[in-house]
Design a protein around this ligand. Sequence first.
Ligand SMILES: Nc1ncnc2c1ncn2[C@@H]1O[C@H](COP(=O)(O)OP(=O)(O)OP(=O)(O)O)[C@@H](O)[C@H]1O
Ligand SMILES: [Mg+2]
Length: 318
Amino acid sequence: MTDSIIQTTGLTKDFKKTRAVDTLDLTINSGELFGLVGPDGAGKTTTLRLLAGLLSLSEGEATVAGYDLQKQSESIKKHIGYMAQQFSLYAELTVLENLRFFAEIYDVPTEKMAERTETLLQFARLTEFKDRRADHLSGGMQKKLALACTLIHEPEILLLDEPTTGVDPVSRREFWDILTNLHLNGTTIIVSTPYMDEADRCSRVGLIYAGKLIICDTPHKIKDELPGEMVEFLTDEWQKAKIVVEELPGVLEAQTYGEALHLLVDDGNKRLKQITKALTKNGIKFRGARVAPIRMEEAFISLIQKQESGISVSGNSK
Ligand SMILES: Nc1ncnc2c1ncn2[C@@H]1O[C@H](COP(=O)(O)OP(=O)(O)OP(=O)(O)O)[C@@H](O)[C@H]1O
Ligand SMILES: [Mg+2]
């Protein structure tokens, strides 16, 4: 794929004292399902709002769907669908009325309106709720309606800001089935998410930290960034366990996930034995110790920890 649909060079946004987006170089190809991840306040929303033409840029250049972001932001709007992080529906309007409202805003031709709202209702599995007020829908349904409203003018680029945050796992999966269908139909999707399983479903992922793109690659390659293998186990005494195992040879990094300890080690099977031995010796009860595959979550936490300690991350490719 060489057909870029979004290209930014040195894209920067300053809010008074805060540099929310810092010299971002990003190329997104047509048809990509691109994930944007990063801690709170990293600059994900600002990046998406810039790309949607909703914010003026402070420095740099960007083209979206062939238009210059600074000079032609009005022309960009009909090519993109932007779903905001916050509730963006009209609370007192019904599902159908919301769809019609967005259709009017986006100048959907009247003769196409009925068919398109019908299709989107089915697509979002909201047909039986079409007369329910938006604020009486469940959180997951609200997100699906917001997505349907975003799709009403059939945009070729979707910018979705944490569309599934706070949604139950079943609705989250449904939402992603919809996204996958759109992706398979050729829509370019940029989606920010705090969920690493979602990041794993993207064709490429960009990690933003303090406004900067730290790494941008396929999930597979991002996981490959971590040297070594992962050993994990569960323990009620994770604080004590962490101190013991961190000192062992071959343990490169320790991450805690509640009562689970995930250790990045140079050689999984070799270190697993030493780790279990050391835990037993120190009287620490544990269970489920095993060598496990590295997941996105560990890769990102490791990359962020490296950023925080000032170690530069290699392999940053566009
Ligand atoms: N309108 C604004 N005025 C001033 N500062 C802002 C404004 N919008 C965002 N910021 C700041 O810019 C930085 C990036 O914010 P942004 O909302 O883009 O982050 P985010 O990655 O979307 O975070 P979250 O995961 O919490 O949604 C933060 O420091 C934020 O406080
Ligand atoms: Mg945000």
